[in-house]
Write a protein that binds this ligand. Structure first.
Ligand code: WT7
Length: 661
């Protein structure tokens, strides 16, 4: 069966294509000719998009490409925050709502216009300067989904400091690693935030971390919940004390197009997270263009909602920079989808008249489980474009999203990209593409990619292999912070002269592209990227653990679930009377080392791990066990009897806790 007939999971996709309604095709921001225009002269195409922004000094050269190092819009100067705020106020749109902020507790909302957001960002920029932050410094942001997160990011951008946002679900240890690697001077945090109906704490993790981070001279604390906090005089400052008294206007300096804008740490195939470096001009050009093109954004009338947390790249590019550069109105929601009822999202869409929704397949699958009565009870007719990101969307979820949420009238844009790519790379265009359920369709105008085989040879128009990018793009990472060699090794060494994304992909017989998931040791759990090695290192750091092997097993809701196989040290093996109590202890240990998002869903305590004669752990077999499959070829095992022991243990153990608790 070909992909065209059956999709990737035996699902008939051909007769379920979504063709753009005539009205949308006629009114869309981007038409089909964009592909040809961009292909004819890629650099002119990106220069054209760059003119959508406000430059204090125009660039001399669109691209300086010394593989694998790119500089875009060389010689150009701009201020990213001015592009996201002042520009819109100056154009007479100061009274437009920038953020409809929705707190988790019901009725806890705040609307901020562009004018008000500019004032807040200006004050915060002054406050950071007063605290000693200068252009080129790094500021760590560890906040819940409150407006101050966006304000802090833009204030850093305004003064030319790079932010490093750390997701609030990461532990104190993860914070230490990230603050130390970035050598951050200031940490911006909150007393806590609201999640699942209760106030959770953030400041204690910062207190614990900063003790071990001598680079940090000041901690700024947003009062969100009013809970008690420990206080270090001289180091800690309430946000209201340092920000509110500052002048509300701020003269912004223009910075080089290649001024670092942010670092964002992400998991790779080794234990140590990588600080992905993004710079200013090219990044803003591509995030603004793709946000406008892929969502067919009409800033005057649309109400856009991206449900991602600012701790991930989606929250950077499609909550902070892209939407604000485009001057649109958006919703920002603090809490979980079930806070105040499992129809909370649908209530928000109804209340604010959301027109564009951008979310992850894992959320859609969760809503499918909760039943279509919940969205069905709300008026979702304002919606006109639906987006998906973070992992492959299975055709069933795509169809449900289209029918139940989009009322069969909204195009679905499945967008493939990465922390490293900075902005969308593969996605349909809503007014142009005839979308197949579950496919991201093809590269966006101005993007060049190639699917190659193991030798790096292009598979051509039809066929599967490894996804590579064979031309630089404006929002591409500029490197891994402090580790040039790792940048070369990780992305540019597998295939000569090409960026290797780590994903498998396949062109079907219509030359439509299907993303097939990671081909390396990176797991994708609820759209969050977690390295198997990182979780293994966390497990092995527990005093009772001898060895650990971690695999991502297919999970119907979260895409993948973390499954760990652990052997314990001989001296303690006899003391572990209850496997489940010990497994829980290990889960908590992983939460302390990395964060609750990295907790294994299942932990199997086994007498031995399956290894080859050369001592390599055979993960493929463990994956078979974790997914309850017949075991594949075991002939290369040093001791084939090991697998019997593991499978017996695996099937007799309970599944364990939720990965998200
Ligand atoms: C990895 C990047 C992009 C922002 C959120 C995740 C997977 C992402 C898709 C998609 C299939 C996808 C890839 C990629 N991925 N979007 N639409 N279809 N897979 O960013 O944490 O850097 O993870 O997420 O495997 O390599 P990230």
């Amino acid at each position: 069966m070909t992909t065209t007939q059956a999709g990737i999971e035996g699902f008939a996709t051909e007769d379920r294509r979504f063709d753009p309604p005539a009205e949308l095709a006629a009114s869309a921001n981007v038409r089909e000719d964009a592909y040809a225009t961009a292909a004819a002269d890629r650099l002119s195409f990106w220069e054209e998009q760059a003119r959508r922004l406000q430059w204090a000094q125009p660039w001399d050269t669109a691209l300086d490409w010394q593989p694998p190092f790119a500089k875009w819009f060389v010689g150009g100067k701009l201020n990213v925050a001015v592009n996201c705020l002042d520009r819109h106020v100056d154009a007479g749109n100061g009274d437009r709502i920038a953020l409809h902020w929705v707190g988790e507790p019901e009725d806890d909302t705040r609307d901020l216009t562009y004018r008000e957001l500019l004032r807040q960002v200006s004050r915060t920029a002054h406050a950071l300067t007063e605290l000693g932050v200068q252009a080129g410094d790094r500021v760590c942001i560890y906040l819940p989904m409150v407006p101050e997160a966006v304000i802090s990011m833009l204030a850093c951008a305004r003064i030319g400091a790079a932010h490093s946002v750390v997701f609030g679900g990461f532990s104190a240890q993860a914070l230490v690693d990230r603050i130390t690697d970035a050598d951050a001077k200031v940490v911006i945090t909150a007393d806590g935030g609201y999640r699942r109906g209760a106030a959770s704490a953030l400041k204690p993790a910062v207190d614990e971390a900063v003790k071990r981070c001598p680079s940090v001279t000041a901690v700024v604390v947003v009062k969100r919940t009013g809970q008690d906090v420990d206080w270090v005089e001289g180091r800690d400052h309430w946000w209201a004390d340092v920000v509110d008294r500052q002048p509300q206007s701020h003269q912004a300096e223009a910075f080089d197009a290649e001024q670092p804008l942010f670092l964002l740490y992400t998991s790779g195939t080794t234990g140590k997270p990588k600080g992905i470096l993004h710079t200013s001009g090219g990044y803003l050009v591509q995030t603004a263009y793709t946000h406008w093109a892929v969502f067919d954004l009409k800033p005057e009338t649309d109400v856009y909602w991206c449900t991602a947390d600012v701790g991930w790249v989606t929250g950077h590019s499609y909550l902070t920079y892209g939407p604000l550069a485009n001057g649109c109105t958006q919703v920002m929601y603090e809490g979980t989808p079930d806070a105040g009822g499992r129809d909370r999202w649908w209530k928000i869409i109804e209340t604010y008249g959301v027109t564009i929704l951008y979310t992850a397949p894992t959320a859609i699958r969760t809503f499918m489980k909760w039943g279509e009565e919940l969205p069905g009870a709300h008026d979702l007719s304002s919606l006109r474009v639906l987006g998906s990101v973070g992992e492959p969307i299975n055709p069933e979820a795509w169809m449900w999203y289209r029918r139940v949420i989009g009322g069969d009238r909204c195009p679905i844009v499945d967008t493939w990209w990465q922390t490293e790519t900075g902005a969308m790379m593969i996605a349909p265009l809503p007014g142009v593409s005839s979308c197949k359920p579950g496919s991201a369709m093809g590269p966006l105008p101005g993007i060049s990619l190639d699917v190659v085989d193991g030798e790096g040879t292009s598979v051509g128009e039809v066929g599967g292999g490894f996804l590579t990018l064979d031309e630089p793009w404006p929002a591409m990472l500029r490197g891994i912070w402090g580790d040039e060699q790792r940048y070369r090794d990780t992305y540019w060494s597998r295939f000569e002269g090409r960026y290797f994304a780590g994903d498998g992909a396949k062109w079907d017989s219509d030359h439509v592209l299907w993303l097939l998931g990671r081909v390396d040791d990176v797991m994708n759990v609820s759209g969050h990227r977690i390295s198997t090695t990182e979780v293994e290192s966390a497990l092995v750091s527990h005093p009772s653990v001898a060895e650990a092997a971690v695999v991502g097993a297919t999970d119907p809701t979260t895409g993948q679930a973390i499954v760990a196989f652990v052997t314990v040290k001989g001296s303690v093996a006899d003391d572990i009377s209850s496997g489940e109590a010990f497994a829980q202890e290990l889960r908590d240990h992983v939460a302390t080392q990395i964060g609750p998002i990295a907790k294994p869903k299942q932990i199997h305590i086994t007498p031995e791990l399956p290894k080859t004669r050369s001592g390599k752990i055979m993960r493929r077999l463990l994956k078979d066990v974790a997914e309850n499959r017949e075991l594949g070829d075991v002939t290369t095992l040093a001791d084939p009897t090991v697998v019997n022991a593991i499978s017996a243990r695996a099937s007799s153990q309970p599944a364990g806790g939720s990965p998200q608790d």
